[in-house]
Design a protein around this ligand. Structure first.
Ligand code: NAD
Length: 297
């Protein structure tokens, strides 16, 4: 069993840290928000007063932060960056969804210190983070993958090596662009049915047994009341925030320019989510895009 520093205990990081501790690892965690520390402390995770304290002597660091700038600041900031403080054989696993360039920058800085860093973003959402059934998409050297897998398997059930450094982030970016597209499409179809007098639950059952079946419909139904525990049935409490989806779609759009890729559906999805965020919904769950398709009274 390993000693693991866990930085970033939000909607995803909190339950992931708890699962690592439940698997028998010694987990020492830090978050800027005190309430996030209290929540994990009750569930077997030790807490530290700073990221620098958390990483002292750790075999591995797992980070789960909002965006690339937070990750680069955590590890590489000239004054507060933790990279110089890491033990000589410490493995860095950044599970945040960030741009591939930032992931490569971190891996290069780590390599210059003789350390291994892998990007390991996740898919599955908060329910999978809690259940320990996340999918991990890793980018880095195959030589470090087995070591990473030993830790990630405490938090997820599907663990892929997507390719070299940054490849995990590219896989995640492609996945989330597709997720945004099918969440919007699912919302449109359910609202169209409801506007024609259909029960959205019955329509969902029909489409789940038909060719419209998809993850948003099956696991994350955006229509309130169709699934008891969905974000939609809880006032669109996140879950996965609209602001984070806008960030992810922005990463896909930037990359599509760099790689000269045509992404017409992704571009439309980004605009729809951006408008939804501007309308004051940034902190709601991303399935709340359905509300933007409903008539206002
Ligand atoms: P969140 O906003 O709930 O949590 C982020 C946490 O990081 C917060 O608690 C914040 O206080 C902490 N933080 C920020 N800067 C910090 C620093 N310098 N030191 C310590 N803590 C710091 O976000 P989340 O939903 O947990 O998402 C985290 C990452 O996972 C994002 O990149 C997101 O895109 C990705 N992701 C989220 C989901 C989801 O369903 N929520 C699913 C897959 C991937």
């Amino acid at each position: 069993m390993a000693t693991v520093a866990f930085i970033g205990l939000g909607n995803m990081g909190g339950p992931m840290a708890v699962n690592l501790a439940s698997a028998g690892h010694e987990v020492i965690a830090f978050d800027l928000v005190a309430a996030a520390l209290t929540a994990v402390k009750e569930k077997g995770v030790q807490v530290a007063e700073s990221a620098a304290h958390a990483v002292e002597g750790a075999d591995a660091v797992v980070s789960m932060l909002p965006a690339g700038r937070h990750v680069l600041q955590l590890y590489l900031d000239e004054k507060t960056g933790i990279l110089p403080a890491l033990a000589d054989d410490c493995l860095i696993l950044d599970c945040s969804t960030i741009d591939a360039d930032s992931a490569r920058k971190l891996a290069a800085a780590a390599a210059a210190r003789g350390l291994a860093a892998m990007d390991a973003p996740v898919s599955g959402g908060v329910a999978a983070a809690q259940a320990g059934t996340l999918t991990f998409m890793c980018g880095g050297e195959a030589a470090h993958f087995e070591r990473a897998k030993a830790l990630l398997s405490a938090m997820g059930k599907n663990i892929f090596l997507a390719g070299s450094s940054g490849a995990g982030q590219v896989a995640k970016m492609c996945n989330n662009m597709l997720l945004a597209i099918h969440m919007i499409g699912t919302s449109e179809a359910l609202q169209l049915g409801a506007n024609n007098g259909l029960d959205p639950g019955v329509l969902s059952d029909i489409m789940l047994a038909s060719s419209g079946r998809n993850w948003s419909l099956e696991v994350y139904n955006p229509y309130p009341g169709v699934q008891e525990n969905s974000a939609a049935s809880k006032g669109y409490q996140p879950g996965f925030m609209v602001n984070l989806m806008i960030k992810d779609l922005g990463l896909a759009m930037e990359n599509s320019l760099q790689s000269n890729s045509a992404v017409p559906m992704g571009a439309l999805a980004r605009s729809l989510y951006a408008a939804h965020g501007i309308a004051g919904n940034g902190e709601k769950d991303f399935s709340s895009i359905l509300e933007s398709l409903q008539a206002r009274s």
